[in-house]
Design a protein around this ligand. Sequence first.
Ligand code: ZN
Ligand code: ZN
Length: 144
Amino acid sequence: MEQRQQPVPIAPAPLHVRRPDPPVEQRRPKRVTAKAACSACREHKTKCTAERPRCAECVKLSMSCVYDTAESETPAQAVKRKYNTQQTQLSAYEDLFSMLVSSPEPVSLDILRRMRQGGDVHAVLHDVRDGDLLLRLAHPPERS
Ligand SMILES: [Zn+2]
Ligand SMILES: [Zn+2]
């Protein structure tokens, strides 16, 4: 038998519809910063504990623990940093090369001499750019 439902009285709409507050702490997935493995662990494909200065694996095997990444760095940042360093180094070598090629021979020889003395490419470039080299070639120091 069918019972007629009593119509439910509709309450007047509230002036301000209160939305439920969003949960205060949205549980967002915790961002796991991928800790870069040390060189040895990467090479041997072992799980690196990424401890500094030495990871557990390296301590266990008494190997030296070397990280490519700085402590606060993500692997991507490390790659970028290395790339930038290499670019700087590369352009320094290019400059040095073109100086060797385009300088007058005595200057080239002096640059070469500096390189053979083990001068860092940037140091050699700096000296050459300073004109220090050219100046001293023009006025060679008296030999003693
Ligand atoms: Zn390791
Ligand atoms: Zn290690």
